[in-house]
Design a binder for this molecule. Structure first.
Ligand code: BDP
Length: 677
């Protein structure tokens, strides 16, 4: 029998061990009795989170003995930890129970990535207090912009039945330091705040608690009116305020460690304080006052824009800057990384660094609404870091978005960072095996924004696939190249929002709807005409550049100094404009689209060469997705170049691959992808 096994192993080295991705990066093998007897994991505490830390190490740790200890006096650690190892044993200290759990996962990560696990001198303090996922999950279990199946939360079965995936979800998050989650869509149903649903929310909070995860909810601003028939939801009316006070009290009786509310107000049709002539500050403060006695916070979103004459990219700044200093100290303004909407590339939102008295947090999007859904392999750490590392110059040099939001440059009570999750019911959680890396990367950067994208990719590959260098090295490179590739084949040089209407999969630069909102139409953003292409946001245009501090205002505002990867974001550029490399803008656009296509072809080749190193299931699943991505890249390139060519009237450089589609055929493509609001 044994011999047969080895024979099979020789013949089919990997295919025997099919993996479905359900274990994520947590593929630890349990230690055998022998190892377990040689070392001890000691802990003098009953707390369930600390016990969990112990249990994880008991099950998987292969190094020497560990002692786990809580010392509440080392406050500076917050929920971080210290690990010391001298070769004979390891000592772990934390000031909070969750700190010990994070330390346990740190040790296991070192072990799984082949690092030294005996000689250790580590101190880790997280950069942000609240490291939170935003689920855009609806109560009917559809997920807005979700590409990994239905919602994980089985509302029908809750609170009685608990899916095993609730704990697995919490464990995965804890393993990368995520400590909070918003369960429901920002386009929030008021129903989530009914007594029935709060019972269900409580059941989830109970399941997550020992993993150090707090639950938050998206609140619909009209809840008082919709749920209890109040005449309105005016935040300055006593009756409305009292309603929220009572509701918050009810929530905390169920969930004593409830985190707070996330609110999308007066945005894309959602109700809000402006319905009653009040400001965003009036609305946020009413909720903040209700939450204050319990230590809860309000994450108030700055994603607001209206179809007016004003450039959409400028509106959040205009709305919020005048309110600086008017928010309670338990309000944090949640701001998308870019001024429009999670595009493949945007400059950072100029609101960062423009409200010195107000805590701000970044909202990233892990789910790939504008990046090929879960069909395209796009590693997002470089995108996240581009924003975090961006210099705002708000307080001179060294005022990066990271330093503004982590409170290095302010003195805010609580700091936070968020991202829209890409998690669903799919067996592999995220639809694409490589999309798991984006969940992972967000957690790691929320813990430490100084980590490099390469390091995060590498440790993820080790844990998720294999430590075989012949696999790790090329896959890390592929991941690192993937974000620029998608920018190139979708929207190079600062182009943005030329997606198909509504579902945002695929190109539609020609898109137009009679009577539709102009700020939802591609032409609003690309402005292609016979002169050139791009959005003039300089002083002679919408003047969005003026929302940036110097030297950025001048840098972006001048066509000569504007970084070329944002050129068409800030300028309307003539087709014949000479680029830095001497090509005309038109030629460069063609080269970029083509480069994006060629890059994806290279990804395919790289991947196919690696078949021998990993299991057959994940190999083929990724391979199939890359085929889709390669086809889509050509679709994007042909659609955009053929469409824009009608304006430029210039030939596609002859050394480039010729289009294989007819523009008219591409224009007819209408995908049946409902987007659930
Ligand atoms: C856009 C999405 C939309 C969201 C909205 C938001 O297209 O589904 O509701 O953002 O963030 O990216 O509120």
């Amino acid at each position: 029998m044994r011999r047969l096994f080895f024979l099979l192993l020789l013949l089919f080295p990997c295919s025997l061990f099919a993996e479905d991705g359900s274990q994520l990066w947590l593929r630890y093998t349990p230690v055998d009795k022998h190892i377990a007897q040689q070392r001890t994991i000691s802990l003098q505490a009953k707390d369930q989170t600390m016990q969990l830390a112990k249990q994880e190490l008991e099950s998987y740790w292969r190094g020497s003995s560990i002692s786990l200890r809580l010392d509440k006096k080392i406050k500076k650690l917050r929920d971080g930890y210290q690990i010391k190892g001298d070769g004979t044993g390891v000592e772990v200290v934390a000031a909070e129970p969750a700190g010990l759990l994070y330390a346990a996962y740190h040790l296991l990560r070192l072990q799984e990535t082949g690092a030294d696990i005996e000689h250790l001198d580590i101190e880790e303090i997280p950069d942000y207090d609240i490291r939170i996922l935003n689920h855009w999950d609806n109560l009917d279990r559809t997920v807005e912009r979700g590409y990994a199946g239905y919602s994980l939360w089985k509302w029908d079965e809750l609170p009685k039945q608990l899916s095993p995936r609730y704990e697995q979800y919490a464990r995965a998050n804890a393993s990368i330091g995520i400590n909070a989650t918003v369960l429901n869509n920002v386009n929030a149903s008021p129903q989530i705040l009914t007594a029935d649903y709060l019972e269900k929310v409580k059941a989830l909070a109970d399941a997550f608690r020992k993993y150090g995860i707090k639950v938050y909810l998206s609140a619909n601003f009209s809840s008082p009116k919709v749920l209890d028939g109040l005449s309105d939801s005016d935040p300055l009316r006593k009756e409305v305020q009292a309603w929220w006070v009572a509701k918050v009290k009810e929530i905390y009786t169920h969930i004593p460690d409830f985190g707070g509310f996330l609110v999308k107000a007066n945005s894309e049709g959602q109700p809000g304080p402006q319905d009653y002539g009040r400001t965003h500050a009036d609305g946020a403060n009413m909720l903040a006052d209700a939450l204050k006695p319990y230590g809860g916070v309000v994450m108030w979103r700055a994603f607001v824009y209206n179809p007016t004459e004003e450039d959409r990219a400028k509106q959040a700044y205009q709305e919020f800057v005048p309110l600086d200093g008017k928010f309670r100290d338990n309000v944090i303004i949640q701001i998308k990384n870019g001024p429009i909407d999670f595009q493949p590339r945007e400059p950072f939102t100029p609101l960062f660094g423009a409200m010195e008295k107000t805590p701000q947090m970044v909202e990233f999007q892990i789910t790939q609404e504008y990046l090929g859904f879960s069909n395209h392999l796009v590693y997002l750490a470089p995108l996240f870091k581009e924003t975090l590392d961006a210099e705002t110059y708000s307080q001179g040099p060294n005022s990066s978005v990271a330093r503004i939001t982590d409170s290095s440059l302010g003195n805010h009570q609580k700091t936070a960072i968020s991202a829209v999750a890409n998690i669903g019911e799919d067996t592999n959680w995220t639809g694409h095996h490589f999309a798991q890396a984006n969940w992972y990367a967000f957690g790691r950067l929320a813990w430490n924004h100084q980590l490099s994208s390469e390091q995060i990719a590498e440790e993820w590959i080790y844990q998720t696939f294999t430590d075989e260098p012949n696999f790790v090295q090329p896959v890390r490179q592929l991941m690192m190249d993937s974000r620029e590739a998608v920018v190139d084949y979708m929207m190079p040089l600062g182009l943005h929002h030329i997606f198909a209407f509504d579902h945002h999969y695929g190109p539609e630069p020609w898109g137009d709807r009679k009577g539709g909102r102009p700020d939802w139409m591609p032409w609003y953003y690309h402005n292609a005409d016979t002169v050139g292409i791009g959005f003039d946001r300089t002083k002679s245009g919408s003047d969005a550049v003026s929302q940036y501090h110097e030297p950025l205002r001048t840098l972006y505002g001048d066509i000569k100094s504007c970084p070329e990867n944002l050129l068409l974001w800030f300028h309307h550029v003539p087709w014949g404009h000479t680029m830095k490399n001497g090509r005309t803008l038109w030629d460069e656009l063609c080269f970029r689209y083509d480069r994006g296509v060629q890059d994806v072809r290279e990804f395919q080749k790289t991947w196919d060469r690696l078949e021998q190193y990993i299991d057959a299931q994940r190999f083929t699943e990724v391979q199939s997705k890359l085929k889709i991505q390669a086809k889509d890249a050509v679709w994007w390139k042909d659609a955009c170049l053929l469409y824009f060519q009608a304006f430029s009237n210039m030939p596609i450089p002859y050394e480039l691959e010729r289009p294989i589609h007819e523009l008219e055929t591409l224009k007819k493509i209408k995908l049946d992808m409902k987007h659930h609001n």
